[in-house]
Design a protein around this ligand. Structure first.
Ligand SMILES: Cc1cc2nc3c(=O)[nH]c(=O)nc-3n(C[C@H](O)[C@H](O)[C@H](O)COP(=O)(O)OP(=O)(O)OC[C@H]3O[C@@H](n4cnc5c(N)ncnc54)[C@H](O)[C@@H]3O)c2cc1C
Length: 471
């Protein structure tokens, strides 16, 4: 017998979670089915709404699937350009009020983010030293804003190659930031593999532990940690405070630096579960504000955000089926808006399938990265329901001549009506009870526009709300 819900959301990224939260908040019995990890764990944790709006080119249906074209920027107000976006852009479909409603719902659910106090984009330095216009950002990055004129020191670690602090500082200076900045690389206390992951640093900083060398205990710690292990054993040992030792090294670097910093930036590794405690402790010890520069993948800010969103799903009793792909479906006969999805087939961990059914469905399976959109030699398709994905027939037209140009494939995805229902090649509704959200949608290029998380939250929230309204 099929497992029955009011709303089933397919895909557990930012769009799917936003849809499931909205549907549950509207009173619908909601289930979320997701195959693998989403891009949340790779993305920076910044919520970009609109940094570089496309110009108004490509407004007619024949040009749908054309790439967004940026005309300068970044823009100060991410909402200002939404009313002027080309027809078919996901924000144009839902409208600016829905974008604001969705962000308000995000602000309500997620703690430790800021940016809601203003309609202006914040300018956040990235790990490469670029400057990202973003609408919401973790409080841990707040003291690092590029609009702030306090001089800064960026600290990288020898064993964390993801963040090259001297290079990032160089790029920030080249970008004309209004402060002096220098980057230094210090060795992280204790023995760490050269390719240690960000999660390892986070764990050590959070637990304030110095990692031991393989086959022995670590040495050289300062501060009074509890040791207590057998010498020579491979185990977690605490021979000193990792944070105290790190601050000693940074103090030495500050003595040698050419800038007299008023704030210190680290890669985003200041703890997974308790980043505020780590950041505040380091700030106290250094005597100046400390901030994180978004780093990854894997991205600690993205993981922290995902953890919070999963707690919110649990609090709303959304049933989450993780590691389970939707592989097939059945639908009623009929044409256009009469046609309804009846049941999904979901792959179970044991290798079989189980039926799942609902009144309403939300497709939030991601774009080309998440495999919500598949590209074959001459075809771009949406693999579950075979929803129409507009794209030029000739594969050579999928790419711009200039490698750094606006590539049409970046905006490939399903196109939807204003209720976010996927449209077929004749602009008819594919299924009466299916909506789509997030990067499975076409008509925008999130990387060029800097609109990825914003589109997922806005369309996810709108799709979940609309689906619940029809129950
Ligand atoms: C490296 C990287 C960095 C980024 N940085 C930023 C940034 O700094 N700021 C920003 O705003 N945006 C950023 N983005 C973009 C942003 O992360 C995405 O636009 C957005 O999160 C996409 O969310 P989504 O839910 O639509 O898709 P996804 O996150 O791709 O999630 C789709 C989910 O659907 C699941 N799924 C797919 N097929 C099935 C199936 N058949 N059955 C069940 N489940 C299925 C997938 O397993 C996945 O969990 C970045 C993206 C990437 C890749």
């Amino acid at each position: 017998m099929a497992i029955d819900s009011d709303v089933v959301v397919i895909g557990g990224g930012l769009a799917g979670i936003s849809a499931a939260l909205a549907a549950a908040d509207a009173g619908a019995k909601t289930r979320l089915v997701t195959a693998n990890q989403s891009t949340l764990r790779q993305a920076s944790g910044l919520i970009d709404v609109m940094g570089y709006p496309p110009d108004a080119a490509g407004t007619d249906a024949s040009q749908r699937g054309a790439p967004a074209r940026t005309d300068g920027g970044p823009v100060a107000d991410p909402f200002e350009h939404i009313p002027d976006l080309p027809e078919g852009h996901p924000y144009e479909r839902v409208g600016v009020d829905a974008v604001r409603d969705a962000l308000a719902a995000f602000d309500e659910v997620v703690e430790g983010y800021t940016g809601e106090h203003t309609d202006a984009n914040a300018l956040v330095p990235t790990n490469g030293g670029a400057i990202k216009p973003t609408a919401r950002y973790p409080v841990h990055t707040a003291d690092g804003l590029a609009s702030d004129d306090r001089d800064a020191l960026l600290v990288g670690f020898e064993s964390l190659t993801d963040f090259d602090a001297p290079l990032a500082a160089e790029h920030l200076l080249a970008a004309g930031v209004p402060f002096a900045v220098e980057g230094v690389t210090v060795s992280f206390p204790g023995e760490l593999r050269a390719d240690a992951k960000t999660t390892r640093f986070a764990d050590l900083l959070e637990n304030d532990e110095i990692p031991a060398a393989k086959g022995g205990t670590s040495s050289g710690g300062t501060g009074g940690g509890a040791g207590g292990g057998r010498a020579g054993a491979v185990h977690r040992t605490r021979t000193g405070s990792c944070r105290a030792k790190l601050v000693e090294r940074i103090d030495d670097a500050i003595d040698d630096a050419t800038v007299d910093p008023e704030r210190v930036g680290f890669p985003a590794v200041l703890g997974e579960d308790r980043p505020s405690a780590v950041r505040i402790d380091l700030s106290d010890r250094l005597g100046m504000p400390v901030f994180e520069v978004p780093t990854g993948p894997p991205s600690l800010p993205g993981i922290r955000l995902e953890n919070q969103l999963h707690e919110a799903l649990e609090a709303r009793q959304v049933w989450v089926a993780d590691g389970q792909a939707v592989v097939d479906f059945t639908a009623t006969d009929g044409r256009d808006e009469d046609r309804r999805i009846e049941q999904l087939q979901v792959e179970t961990p044991g290798g079989g399938t189980t039926p799942v059914s609902a009144e309403q469905y939300v497709l939030a399976t991601g774009g080309l990265v998440g495999r919500g959109i598949d590209s074959e030699r001459d075809l771009v398709r949406e693999p579950i329901f075979d929803c129409h994905v507009p794209h030029p027939e000739d594969r050579y037209d999928w790419f711009a001549d200039d490698a750094f140009g606006d590539h049409p494939f970046a905006a490939f995805g399903v196109h939807v009506d204003r209720s976010l229902r996927p449209l077929d090649a004749d602009d008819g509704i594919e299924f009466e009870n299916l909506r789509a959200a997030g990067s499975v949608l076409g008509g925008y290029d999130f990387a060029a526009e800097k609109s990825g998380a914003g589109v997922s939250i806005a369309t996810g929230h709108a799709a979940g709300t609309a689906a619940a309204e029809e129950i």
